[in-house]
Design a protein around this ligand. Structure first.
Ligand SMILES: Cc1cc2nc3c(=O)[nH]c(=O)nc-3n(C[C@H](O)[C@H](O)[C@H](O)COP(=O)(O)OP(=O)(O)OC[C@H]3O[C@@H](n4cnc5c(N)ncnc54)[C@H](O)[C@@H]3O)c2cc1C
Length: 206
């Protein structure tokens, strides 16, 4: 598993088998347990059925799968973009109840290594922030306004499989910003391991 994107959990345990069994209820006289038994009998059959539903755009059955990821380092720029996805759920480290640390600048320092102006700007922003909080007694929720957008935080994001498909389509597209594209490409690789028939058409190879 990648360090940048960590799959915390997914549900149900066999997403493809359950998506198939649940979806089959709509057009069948058999009960769900009959269809569920196919998951153990023919993975090829189960996956083909899911692929056909995806091709038809019958994506509501994909909502029965869910996955949650921990992203330990994401810039506030990428955070602002990913949190536009209203059907996903989020938890983000607060800049009100925790103080920003020097570590939160590392992503920017690495990204713009060699640009002296950026290094100077970051040092200055950090010094002003610390001065505001420690010497002037400004609350961290106010002092953070002087910080660059590109500093990082940590977040947890969960979504159902239909929404993950939507996010991957938009955020791994070449028009998306590099950082979010890379993070979502890694999310896609993890999702491919748990439900390939659901994600194979929206996952971009690394
Ligand atoms: C490359 C790129 C550039 C962008 N640039 C900008 C920009 O410059 N400015 C800007 O403001 N945004 C920008 N965005 C964000 C974009 O406008 C969307 O807010 C974001 O991508 C979330 O998309 P969504 O609403 O489809 O997704 P989600 O919120 O994830 O929703 C998923 C789907 O659910 C349905 N849905 C969700 N909520 C509703 C609702 N209330 N009513 C009806 N249907 C709903 C829709 O079908 C929607 O597509 C950009 C996005 C991308 C990918």
């Amino acid at each position: 598993m990648s360090e940048r994107v960590q799959l915390l959990w997914y549900a149900p345990e066999d997403p493809e088998g359950w998506i198939y069994a649940i979806g089959r209820v709509s057009h069948s006289g058999e009960d769900i347990w009959w269809h569920r038994s196919w998951a153990g009998r023919s993975r090829v059959h189960v996956r083909d059925w899911i692929r056909r539903r995806v091709r038809e755009g019958h994506e509501s059955v994909l909502e029965f799968g869910y996955a949650v990821f921990y992203i330990p380092r994401i810039s506030r720029v990428a955070l602002a973009q990913i949190t536009r996805h209203r059907l996903a759920s989020f938890c983000v480290r607060s800049q009100r109840y925790t103080e920003v640390s020097r570590r939160d600048f590392e992503y920017l320092e690495e990204k713009f290594e060699g640009y002296d102006g950026v290094g100077d700007l970051l040092r200055e922003a950090w010094n002003v922030y610390v001065d505001l909080v420690e010497r002037c007694g400004v609350r961290s929720e106010e002092a953070r306004m002087v910080l660059p957008q590109g500093i990082t935080t940590q977040m947890v994001i969960g979504a159902n499989f239909r929404e993950w498909r939507h996010i991957l389509r938009l955020r791994t597209h070449e028009s998306a910003q590099e950082e979010i594209r890379e993070l979502m490409r890694e999310v896609g690789e993890e999702l491919m391991k748990i439900a390939p028939s659901v994600f194979e058409d929206v996952v971009v190879e690394g």
